[in-house]
Write a protein that binds this ligand. Structure first.
Ligand code: ARG
Length: 582
């Protein structure tokens, strides 16, 4: 397990305080009065109540032991017993040299757990929409953060591949290609070529869906085909496998573009094999009953204040539903991986569904050692504050959204800086940084408005600003290398501006911890902006390469390198790529 120097400091100070009789230890927090000190210890007030003593006296006792260390340049007591601390240069210099070779040592790792993370959730044969962007982006970010703090993760895209779209698409196929071998009577599984391309597939579902919604008989037929697919019909299974492969190659390229890496490309249908055993187990445990022909399971609890309908597991016609495949997927995941936790990253509107499934799983005893958690997110809205729509009024396809932001970024590329053969790649990286960073910036459950100009502003709290600044540090470091100037050790702090940057680095573990606890990268997104803007202030005030004092120059370059590495580490958690130039 790795412990950051901030954590080590806090623990050591806690030990000192325990040594003088306050067994609770202390918390070291960033000061909200930077004029008095950089950090605060506010525990004297708490101890005063617990030990029936004067808080000021306690504060004095604590200050006395702190004064014996070399960690502080100033300690003072304010008000009723607030202790203000300023960190000594000696400590900060040691800190920088400690993390210089590996900025990953500036984080606190946690007890290792095995976590299955379910995110992405694209639907086979349907276009990804903006909600899928949020699941992919937030899920991947949380996964990378979990890995950084020491978790073992298994990521699963959990494709939607057993819903009504299967019936709708295959009904269309049947009409368009009636001679396809799989539709012949007595078909027994011979192989055949799928007579459609990816582009055809993009048109088939929307067309079929409109037709089915206008004609109840067609809809009924689509439902029947979907049902047949669930019940092992050879034709529909083989055909749907082929359609799934075609669609998944497309889905994969979108996830690749977003830097989403899944260990498993499984789907709802992969849970089918567990459904019979699962239903039998539920039945044996007398948890199932019939309601209006459907097989359901009660998940109400006495303490419920809101309505909690039973989970429907088998419809009256024998068809499985969303809850069935999700519960069976849990059943399978526990058997295969026995994870400590399973996390779901989906839209907040699916909260009731997950509550039902989690309760069913617990009640059935499927997950005695596994915690199930839903990390929900809010909606990306259009400029009108309502869920983002296309001009025609449909949901916004993700590819259209990416294209829109890509075009804006492409137009702004400076041809004097970016070579023509790098232009497209650079524009895409900038566009994705804009989209991803803006998606991380609000707390995950908060809705936000898509604002192209705001997200791509080079001077704002944006992905492009962060990329630009990071590239600028890289180029400074390259120039020093070209000069042949070697920088290895941080030697001296020159002024308040460098100190501010160093303190910001020292605080990184707090932001990482907060983001990890909340499973929301908003704290880390704020941090990245804070570190970058503090560094930019330093950059503006110091002429690093022109500096004649070589100790200072070396120190500044080491600091620049650490900021660069830290930025890269965080951008990597966010799945944001940095272009060479922009
Ligand atoms: N396919 C679903 C959708 O598009 C999301 C799947 C979420 N994951 C899950 N295990 N239910 O809404």
């Amino acid at each position: 397990m790795n412990k950051s120097m901030f954590k080590q400091l806090e623990e050591e100070l806690s030990e000192l305080v325990k040594g003088i009789g306050y067994k609770e230890g202390i918390t070291l927090s960033v000061s909200n009065r930077p004029d008095l000190g950089e950090y605060q210890v506010n525990d004297a007030m708490k101890f005063a109540k617990l030990y029936h003593k004067n808080p000021n006296e306690i504060a004095k006792e604590i200050v006395d032991v702190f004064n014996k260390t070399e960690y502080f340049s100033d300690i003072n007591i304010a008000g009723a017993g607030f202790i203000n601390l300023s960190i000594s240069d000696k400590f900060l210099i040691k800190f920088l040299n400690n993390i210089n070779n590996n900025v990953n040592t500036n984080i606190d790792t946690k007890e290792r757990k095995k976590v299955v993370i379910d995110y992405g959730g694209a639907n086979v044969a349907k276009a990804l929409h903006v909600g899928h962007l949020r699941s992919a982006n937030i899920g991947e970010g949380i996964k990378r953060l979990a890995n950084l703090v020491g978790m073992e993760t298994i990521s699963d895209v959990h494709l939607g591949d057993s819903g009504l779209q299967a019936g709708i698409v295959m009904l269309e196929m049947k009409e368009r290609f009636p001679d396809l071998i799989c539709f012949k009577d007595g078909y027994d599984g011979e192989d055949f070529d799928l007579p459609i391309t990816k582009d055809d597939l993009k048109e088939i579902y929307p067309t079929g869906s409109i037709k089915a919604h206008e004609d109840e008989e067609r809809m009924e037929e689509a439902r029947r085909i979907t049902f047949e697919l669930q019940k092992d019909n050879k034709c529909y299974n083989i055909l749907w496998n082929k359609i799934t492969d075609l669609s998944v190659s497309d889905i994969r390229s979108t996830y690749d573009l977003l830097n989403c890496e899944f260990d498993l490309y499984e789907g709802e249908r992969d849970s089918f094999k567990y459904i019979p055993d699962m239903l039998k187990e539920l039945n044996d445990k007398k948890l199932l009953y019939t309601s209006e022909g459907a097989t359901v399971m009660d998940v109400k609890e006495e303490s419920d204040t809101k309505e909690m309908p039973p989970a429907i597991l088998v419809k009256s016609d024998g068809a499985y539903l969303y809850a069935t495949t999700d519960l069976a997927t849990i059943y399978g995941r526990v058997k295969r991986f026995n994870p400590d936790e399973i996390w779901y990253v989906t839209d907040i509107r699916q909260s009731l569904h997950f509550e039902q499934v989690f309760r069913a799983s617990k009640k059935a005893g499927f997950t005695p050692n596994t915690e199930l958690k839903h990390f929900a997110f809010g909606t990306m809205n259009g400029p009108d504050g309502k869920p983002f729509k296309t001009r025609a009024g449909g949901v916004m396809p993700l590819n259209d959204l990416i294209e829109m932001i890509y075009n804006a970024c492409y137009e702004r590329i400076n041809d004097n800086i970016v070579a023509s053969d790098k232009k497209e790649d650079t524009a895409m990286k900038i566009a994705l940084s804009a989209l991803k960073y803006a998606d991380y910036l609000p707390y995950r459950e908060t809705d936000y408005i898509f604002d192209l100009n705001k997200f791509t502003d080079l001077d704002g709290k944006t992905g492009p600003y962060l990329l630009y600044s990071t590239i600028r540090i890289k180029s400074l470091l390259n120039k020093a290398k070209e000069e042949g100037f070697d920088y290895k050790e941080y030697k001296q702090i020159s002024d308040k501006t460098d100190k501010e940057v160093i303190l910001t680095l020292l605080n990184l573990p707090n932001y990482i911890n907060r983001s990890y606890e909340s499973k929301s990268l908003n704290d880390l997104a704020e941090y990245l902006y804070l570190l970058t803007s503090n560094y930019n202030k330093f950059y503006q005030e110091h002429r690093v390469l022109a500096e004649s004092n070589t100790d200072l120059k070396e120190s500044w370059l080491v600091l620049s390198k650490i900021v660069y590495d830290t930025n890269m580490m965080i951008l990597n958690i966010m799945g944001i790529d940095v272009p060479e130039k922009m």
